[in-house]
Ligand binder design. Structure first.
Ligand code: IPM
Ligand code: MG
Length: 356
């Protein structure tokens, strides 16, 4: 197969980790007889520096003609004081909206080789856990009406959470289908005891549950869910939730795997074209030092092969190679606790060697 991949390297460690993933994708192409072409576009702080805008039009246009998009990370202290609309993070929201990527898949699983990294008590994670968070990505409070005004107490600002039936139905459908292919258990997380938007969310999820009798579906309030994730993470299979709750819970879930440098994500819409990125940030403190863990981005490339290109064998080859390198004891600095660490390029070389 021939596929065009847009590269959004971004800021901080973004360029290093994207380049690692490109080397892995090139090795996969060579091994399985595919042809991947890569076209870089600017995003985030580096785009602000070069063009004055965090998300230039050429970037959006390039992503929309690509077969898929691989992103590193955006942001850094240099751009932190810019007004909201010019911040690098705005580019992320912009590209998600422009590509209509309403689904964000964030898997959080405990790697047996990294059990020692998990901050939870041993008996809590004895059985391991493997959670797929399905986060709504183009609606809710991130995109609702917002503003500043004068009110009863003077200056005030507001953001609004609004979900339409259409938006809830389409994300719930993805979640039910995902659960059907996994452990057949879905937890829908909301705040229906307080929020009207959550009550609509819950009602629609219940309606749809009738179409999926093979999936055990339950609701959970978000405050309880935050607690349950650290009390008994093994109870979760697939989680579906709103944009903001998903943002928060996916950081919590990543932390209990002990290794935020390991977690990939996929943002998907109605077409095969997706945007794949590690869930960690741009780590400006270690940028350019060949220290970053490239695994989350490499696993994001594996998700691209699986979800955008339907290349399950190729995706599994990457995941297995990563597993073998970790099982052999190699660690980047984030996982080495001051002990022997391999560099970004060394980790990539090790994975490439296992792939061949
Ligand atoms: C994430 C990030 C983004 C989000 C920020 C950087 C806009 O936290 O992808 O989880 O909130 O969606
Ligand atoms: Mg986040």
């Amino acid at each position: 197969m021939e596929k065009k991949i847009a590269l959004l390297r971004g800021d901080g460690i973004g360029p290093e980790i994207v380049d690692s993933a490109v080397r892995v994708l090139e090795a996969v192409a060579a091994k399985y007889g595919h042809k991947f072409t890569f076209t870089p576009y600017l995003i985030g702080g580096s785009a602000i520096d070069a063009t004055g805008k965090p998300l230039p039009e050429e970037t959006v246009a390039g992503c929309l003609v690509a077969d898929s998009v691989l992103l590193g990370a955006v942001g850094g202290p240099k751009w932190d004081t810019l007004p909201g609309d010019l911040r690098p993070e705005k580019a992320l929201l912009g590209i998600r909206a422009a590509m209509e990527l309403f689904t964000n898949l964030r898997p959080a699983k405990l790697y047996p080789a990294l059990k020692g990294e998990c901050p939870l008590r041993e008996d809590i994670v004895a059985a391991g856990f493997d959670i797929m968070i399905v986060r709504e990505l183009t609606g809710g409070i991130y995109f609702g009406e917002r503003g500043q005004r004068w009110g009863k107490y003077g200056e005030e600002a507001y953001d609004t959470e609004c979900y339409s039936r259409m938006e809830i139905e389409r994300i719930a459908r993805v979640a039910f289908e995902t659960a059907r292919k996994r452990g057949k258990k879905l937890t829908s997380i909301d705040k229906a005891n307080v929020l009207e938007s959550s009550r609509l969310w819950r009602r629609i999820v219940h309606e749809m549950a009738e179409q999926y009798p093979d999936v055990a579906c339950a609701d959970m309030l978000v405050d309880n869910a935050a607690m349950q994730l650290v009390r008994n993470p093994a109870q979760f299979d697939v989680i579906v939730t709103s944009n903001m709750f998903g943002d928060i819970l996916s950081d919590e879930a990543s932390q209990i795997t002990g290794s935020i440098g390991m977690l990939p994500s996929a943002s998907l819409g109605d077409t095969a074209r997706g945007l794949y990125e590690p869930i960690h940030g741009s780590a400006p403190d270690i940028a350019g030092q060949n220290k970053a863990n490239p695994i989350a981005t490499i696993l994001s490339a594996a998700m691209m092969l699986l979800y955008s290109f339907d290349m399950a064998t190729e995706a599994k080859a990457i995941i297995d190679a990563v597993d073998r390198v970790l099982a052999a004891g190699y660690r980047t600095a984030d996982l080495a606790h001051g002990g022997d660490a391999v560099t970004t390029t060394e980790m990539t070389d090790l994975i490439l060697k296992e792939l061949k």
